[in-house]
Design a protein around this ligand. Structure first.
Ligand SMILES: Cc1cc2nc3c(=O)[nH]c(=O)nc-3n(C[C@H](O)[C@H](O)[C@H](O)COP(=O)(O)O)c2cc1C
Length: 201
């Protein structure tokens, strides 16, 4: 394996999520380079169904207010503590990237494949952020499935939200959630249905 290939692989093998983030978040040319990773996601039919809405600066408080409105719409009795926590999170993250899905239900490419392509774009985004030295986490929650909130963000049905990426600099630069070995998730198919160690109890 060549040196640059090993570096790329090490980066993939060391990413983990964190919401313990501070400034700076990427901006300008660096941010554009990172975002460009979504354009490398596999995409059946070249539909490019991913959309990225950037929320920073003063817009964060506006987003947090819409989040709270959505929470109250979903559950008028939502606990005040939960509301405050989410409002604080959305108001204070250095950068939030809303990942939207521009879906075409009547296209010959199945909707699931369009959604998978957006998922792949999200993964590329997380990996690009990590490779550039930033931290991130992909979150959703019930608000991500509120069509009114999705419309307020620019994704009216049939379009939808895939989630929110909180982005910044990890407060703990050594954060790295340990992983299980992959072996129980791999099997060799030899003509009969496979079974996996991961599914045995
Ligand atoms: C589509 C999607 C939505 C997610 N939503 C949430 C969420 O709302 N809250 C949460 O704590 N984790 C959520 N996660 C999981 C985190 O992004 C993250 O993967 C998890 O905390 C494990 O960390 P890791 O990425 O280091 O394995 C979501 C992941 C995906 C792919």
């Amino acid at each position: 394996m060549k040196k640059h290939e090993r570096i790329a692989l090490d980066s993939l093998l060391s990413r983990s999520s964190t919401d313990d983030l501070t400034t700076p978040a990427p901006k300008g040319e660096e941010l554009e380079t990172i975002l460009s990773a979504v354009m490398r996601a596999p995409d059946h039919g070249k539909l490019r169904p991913w959309r990225l809405a950037l929320v920073h600066g003063e817009a964060r408080a506006k987003l947090a207010d819409r989040v709270v409105a959505s929470m109250k719409r979903i559950d008028p009795n939502a606990p005040e503590k939960k509301i405050e926590k989410r409002h604080h999170r959305f108001s204070n993250m250095p950068l939030t990237i809303v990942l939207g899905m521009h879906l075409r239900p009547d296209d010959k490419i199945p909707l699931l494949e369009q959604q998978l392509a957006v998922g792949a774009a999200g993964m590329n985004l997380l990996n690009a952020l990590h490779a550039a030295g930033y931290g991130a986490v992909w979150v959703s929650g019930d608000i991500a499935y509120d069509p009114v909130f999705a419309t307020e963000l620019g994704f009216p049905a049939p379009h939808a939200l895939a989630g929110f990426f909180f982005v910044g600099t990890p407060k703990d630069s050594d954060h790295d959630a340990k992983r299980r070995p992959v072996t129980p998730y791999v099997a060799e198919w030899k003509g009969e249905p496979v079974s996996f160690g991961a599914d045995k109890d």
